[in-house]
Design a protein around this ligand. Structure first.
Ligand code: CU
Length: 126
């Protein structure tokens, strides 16, 4: 009666492999994973986010946006700008919710010139 245990072990191992890959992201980028439907994103005055990629479960996602800096920055989801637009400045925070179907999205800051300066990140919804 060993098959059940073997199958379980293989499943756990596969799950670890998947999470290890997700944590490493593609290439050298950092991927931040949402916990319990809450995606935490930190904006930086260097026109960047705290990760190159983020991952959340599909459905209602709460985004908590915190600024580590002083400049004005926003956070929107490409193609869904009408549904969520968070705005922070001077070390502030903002949060909101959006319903996302599985897919690949881009987060970016819509302040003029910031996205071009590198203030965008991947968002994987699964
Ligand atoms: Cu910005």
């Amino acid at each position: 009666m060993t098959p059940p245990r073997t199958i379980l072990g293989a499943t756990v191992f596969a799950a670890l492999l998947v999470s290890a890959c997700g944590g490493g992201g593609a290439g050298s980028g950092i991927t931040s994973v949402a916990e319990e439907g809450v995606l935490r994103v930190v904006g930086l005055d260097t026109q960047d986010f705290d990760a190159d990629g983020y991952r959340v479960d599909a459905g209602e996602v709460t985004v908590e946006y915190q600024l580590s800096g002083f400049q004005n920055h926003t956070l929107v989801v490409e193609g869904r700008e009408d549904e969520l637009r968070l705005e922070v400045e001077n070390g502030g925070t903002d949060s909101g919710t959006i319903i996302l179907e599985p897919g690949r999205y881009i987060l970016y800051c819509d302040v003029a010139g910031h996205r071009e300066g590198g203030m965008e990140a991947r968002l994987l919804v699964e």
